[in-house]
Design a protein around this ligand. Structure first.
Ligand code: C5P
Length: 224
């Protein structure tokens, strides 16, 4: 029998620190990392580049089925690059515009379906940390370890603001809070794969908690 490849799913709303925590935990464990949000961002980006109307479900689905998405590790410990249809779109993908486009196309069931096999293909030895909204509920319901990260909307807006400022992007805290609340509402209320913790997930409330503490908490769940 093939040994079971362990999976840790980390789901939660935008700005809950999932990305940072998932990367840190994957590094610590030496496991692979799936940033599923980047896939939705890449599809939204590719659809935008093709001049598609993001509410045209059929056209966006064809785009999701044909888009070529590659992750490239720069090898110097730097940020993973995301290559969309041959173009390094890493910088464009992290903008709030790309986040909003991702959230819009992610509500289309056939778009989500088109990304399933690609997501499953990240499960490789020695293990996988999968970061997203529906990792523990839909994509890897059999995962051995499941975490749901939360934080207040105000705290998440503050974190995002700092992140974007550090990257040299200029946005106001108020507009970020507004966008985060709108995106939360859309992600939680959509009919397919809405944002919610898996029944067997451990919820970690991270408001006011330093990153290192959240990483330690997640790692302690794996050891428990
Ligand atoms: O995590 P990130 O902010 O990059 O995700 C961007 C958007 O992609 C989310 O707001 C959500 O609508 C969508 N998404 C999703 N399912 C996932 C990951 C992201 O619907 N597993």
């Amino acid at each position: 029998m093939q040994p079971v490849i362990p999976i840790l799913t980390i789901d939660g709303p935008s700005g809950s620190g999932k990305g940072t925590i998932a990367r840190a935990v994957a590094d610590r464990l030496g496991w692979h990392l799936l940033d599923s949000g980047a896939l939705y961002r890449a599809v939204g980006y590719a659809a935008g580049m093709a001049g598609l109307d993001l509410s045209d479900a059929e056209a966006v689905t064809r785009c999701a089925q044909s888009v070529k998405i590659r992750f490239r590790d720069p090898g110097d410990g730097g940020e993973t690059r995301v290559i969309v249809n041959g173009h390094d779109a890493t910088d464009e993908l992290r903008t709030e515009t790309a986040g909003a486009a991702a959230s819009a196309i992610a509500a289309i069931p056939s778009v989500r379906q088109a990304l399933v096999d690609l997501q499953l293909s990240f499960r490789k030895p020695p293990g996988l940390v999968a970061d997203g909204r529906d990792m523990g509920t839909v994509i890897f319901p059999e995962a051995r370890y499941k975490v749901f990260l939360t934080a207040s909307a105000a705290e998440r807006a503050k974190r995002r603001h700092k992140q974007l400022k550090d990257k040299g992007l200029d946005v106001t805290l108020a507009s970020l809070l507004h966008e985060i609340e709108a995106r939360d509402a859309r992600d939680a209320s959509r009919a397919v794969a809405p944002l919610k913790p898996a029944a067997d997930a451990v919820t970690v409330e991270t408001t006011g908690m330093p990153i290192e503490e959240v990483v330690a908490k997640v790692l302690s769940l794996l050891r428990a």
